[in-house]
Every structure is written in C-alpha cells, then in structure tokens.
Design a protein around this ligand. Structure first.
Ligand SMILES: Cc1ncc(COP(=O)(O)O)c(C=O)c1O
Length: 347
C-alpha cells in the first residue's frame, strides 16, 4: 500500500500474478506483471513519466507548455495524466482506427486529441509526422517522440527490469514481450541481462508487423494484419535498437483470441489484445525451454481497452476469427511442433 502525493508517484511497483492454468499446463511458472495497475491503466505510464521528467530536468520542457505526441492511445493517456500533474498541457495525435476506449480516456484527462486517417509511415499525414509538424509549429509545443526518445527505454531499465528481478528473487529465466516502440523490451532486457546474461529474451510479433522478418533477414516485411493495437512496427527506431533479444516468434490473432478466452474462463483475468499475445509468446517459450522455467511477461493495459475489438464477436467475425477457441492444451501441443517458426539469435 502506498500513500501518494501525485498520481505519478503510483506509476510502477506493479504486482505480478502467476497464471495458474497455463503454468499447470506447461510445467513452467508463467507470471504476468500487471501493468494495467498503473494510474493510466497501461505500461506506457512508465515511459510517459520518464520522458516528461527527463525533459523537465534538462530544461527542454517548462511548465505551461504543451506536450505533443503521436500515439496509438496508451502513451497519450499516460502523457495526459503526467502532463497535468506537472502543470503542462497535452495534445495527442491518434489514428482513427484505434479503439474509441482510448481516445475517450485521453479526452477525459482534459487533453486535446486530434485523429488522423491511418496511413503508411511514408505518407506525410501519418500520425507520427503530424505530431512532429504540430510540435515544431509553435515554441510552446514540445514533441515527446516516444519512438526515438530513449527516456522511454530508460523507464524500463530503471523500473520494470529491477522490479522483475526483485519480484522473482533473481529466478527469472525468460522474459517475453511484444514491441511497439521497443521501450519495454529494450530497457527490461538490458537490465535483466546485466544481472544475469543467461536470461532469455523473447519477442512476440503480431501479423502485419515487420520486426520478426527484420530479425530474420534485416528487412521489414509484413504479412497479413492484426487487430492488436500499439504493437508491431515497420522501421528501426532508437528504443528498439537497445533491445537484447534471443528469440522471436510471429503469432496470429487467432491464437491470442484463444488465450484471452482461456485465461478469462480459467483464471478470471481479462486481457487486452497485446497482453494476450504476450501470453501466447510465453506459451511458445515454455514449449521450447520448459518445463521448470520461470517466465515473466506483461499485462500491458486494461482488458477493457480491447472491449470493442477482442471482446466484440461481430468485429471478430468480420476479421475472420474462428469463434470456437482452440483449447490451450492443443495450442501448447502445436507450439511444441512449431519450433522451426522461432527465430533464434546467433550465439
Ligand atoms: C497495449 C500496448 N501494449 C504494448 C505496447 C508496446 O510497448 P513498447 O512501446 O514499450 O514497445 C504498447 C505501446 O504503445 C501498448 O499500447
């Protein structure tokens, strides 16, 4: 229990829960670090706090100014709450295909939110370029730039990594994470590998993202698409560059859908889509390394933020998801045979 002076004092120090059903199925201890407990409901609060704190400390950002950021939503929520508690304003630029749950929350925090059409990165109207342009248009605007600003990864090096080390009493064998900016996997992997170089770091990539192919071939190539939000990317950014990754796997929405229902029904845990993909990655890692391993992954945000997609049957049918979920036991058996789909770093 903590008594705080500001919401930002409550960022980090999140609990972990052992996912009993999947731990029993795999013989590994699979832990979820509940980043949904952060005051803004996601792991991005950590990056938001560090980005603003570092910029205030360096004098780049001053009270009264407006923080501008392009975001899939969670970073916008985190920045909005941190900005307010430091006397700053917030303007988020968000693609209009992200869940309305997140856009509403940004506005509830009193921030401005401008939506743009989702377009490829090379298009000047991409949310990233729009945010940059807006920020550069005024002296009292400041661009947070979560992709290239490495205060993002630093948040996880200073907070998330040490917390996992402490919570597992140094027994963590495998870290599994999705990546958007790569801040989480970069900062956490750097810290854990400094403590124990044998910790294995697994990236889970959704369809429609090029990270898995980048690790395999050096080129960003994507197949298909995904309804996950905030993860997957088609270019190399400064935060991701710092990640120390041993293995990567690309997994489809169908698998995260199956796991979201399994842990909801067996463990009472309602996950967001990137978090369910994290658990799918944890199962794949358990199938390769287990049994007996301690695996840590993240509940990146509140499950409610995926209500309109992952928990909406009409939407799922439109996306071609088979609603009769594959039992987790069969998923594990399939992942045991999936070995060749896993990319492994050269030793
Ligand atoms: C729901 C969700 N999961 C995961 C991530 C990825 O985190 P990172 O940017 O640290 O790679 C994000 C990033 O925005 C997110 O919104």
């Amino acid at each position: 229990m903590r008594n705080a002076q500001r919401p930002t004092d409550l960022i980090g120090q999140t609990d972990m829960i052992r996912v009993r059903s999947l731990s029993e199925l795999t013989g590994c201890d699979i832990w979820l670090k509940l980043e949904s407990q952060n005051p803004g409901g996601s792991i991005k609060d950590r990056a938001a706090y560090q980005i603003i704190k570092d910029a205030l400390d360096s004098g780049e950002l001053e009270p009264g100014m407006t923080v501008v950021e392009g975001t899939a939503g969670n970073t916008g929520i985190g920045l909005a709450l941190v900005a307010r508690s430091f006397g700053l304003n917030m303007l988020a630029v968000m693609p209009n295909d992200q869940s309305p749950e997140k856009e509403r929350m940004i506005r509830l925090h009193g921030a401005k939110c401008q939506t743009v059409d989702p377009v490829p990165f090379r298009n000047e109207n991409h949310f990233y370029h729009t945010a940059q342009r807006l920020a550069e248009g005024r002296d009292d605007f400041w661009w947070a730039n979560q992709f290239e600003n490495t205060s993002n990864a630093r948040a996880h090096y200073l907070g998330t990594g040490p917390e996992i080390w402490q919570q597992t009493e140094g027994a963590v064998d495998i870290l599994v994470s999705v990546a958007g900016t790569g801040g989480t996997i970069a900062g956490t992997s750097m810290y854990l590998k400094e403590r124990n170089d044998d910790v294995q770091v697994w990236l889970t990539d959704p369809d429609g993202s090029g990270i898995y192919s980048y690790l395999q071939t050096g080129d960003y190539v994507a197949n298909g698409g995904s309804f996950t939000e905030g993860i997957g990317i088609m270019r190399l950014v400064e935060n991701f560059k710092q990640a120390r990754i041993d293995a990567a796997v690309n997994l489809p929405d169908q698998d995260l859908y199956a796991l979201s229902r399994y842990v909801r029904d067996h463990d009472g845990i309602v996950l967001g889509s990137s978090s369910a993909l994290n658990l799918a990655g944890a199962l794949q890692a358990a199938a390769v390394h287990g049994p007996g391993k301690t695996i840590v992954t993240f509940a990146c945000d509140l499950g409610e933020r995926s209500a309109s997609k992952l928990y909406n049957e009409t939407y799922l049918r439109e996306r071609g998801i088979e609603l009769a979920a594959e039992p987790a036991k069969e998923l594990v058996a399939r992942y045991r045979e999936n070995g060749e789909r896993v990319w492994r770093a050269a030793k």
